[in-house]
Design a protein. Sequence first.
Length: 318
Amino acid sequence: QEEKLWDAIRITARVLGTGLLVFTALVNLVSRYVQNIWDTSGHFWQTTWLKFYDLFEGKEWTIFLFGAALVPALAFWSFNGILMVADVTGKPTFITRYRIQLGKNDPVDTKKLRQAIYTALCNQFCVSLPMLVPMFYVMKWWGNTFSKELPTFQWFLVELSVFTVIEEILFYYTHRLVHLPLLYKHIHKKHHEWTAPIGVVSLYAHPVEHILSNTLPVMAGPMIMGSHIVSIAAWFSIALIITSISHCGYHLPFLPSPEFHDFHHFKFNQCYGVLGVLDYLHGTDKVFRQTKAYERHRVLLSFTPLSESIPEAPRRAE
């Protein structure tokens, strides 16, 4: 068993390392062209950042709190506010017709929704916010976080790729950890009360799980890279919106597919990761790959719901 574990770890490191190198090479090619566009507006962004910096008189803790807490929180609740209107009212139908688990949360149980909102707010203010204090001092130690010069667009893309790989590794293994019977019963079961999740449920978790699986995997990348506060604000906001999409229960056009994680809530013992790479290496997506959900696991590039274009096979009569 120990040999198999080390073999899996070595394969994981090799695949992720190779993927990171290839991704970085592609980023460098594409970003040269994007950088030209960025450079034309670079003066605007740099000037705006300096104005913002001067507005807060260079007070680093205030700037850090604004970028690492307020901006991501606004992104999370703005996005989920729209989704919750659809969950509660069933309107606009442009959203609700893309529901993944048909007949579920139609409409959502308002009592459960209130509890989810309360828990998400508690996790944000009572768990995530205090964790920003040690992160702040780590970032001050690096000395780059509050620089008056913004990072280049190319460097931000490199950071983004590193953040993504680190989050995938940490989230996958901590997520599998809380699925161990003892931890599942006392910690992770709370999150799985929602077999058909909605966006705000992405932060509906036991505080211990929120630390291990939700917060640390996202914070680790910027702390390792010594990132600028603007990069941190962008990454935290992206991470919160992506996890909201993964839990939202709707496979909406032109957005990342939520089928993978939605299936995890449906089956519990499949699809533990975010990208799916580690699930493939560890074989924790075998059942998922045999389902219609796997066929629908792609970006929807039309306005026809995938539940209609790739419907479930009709059940056989008893």
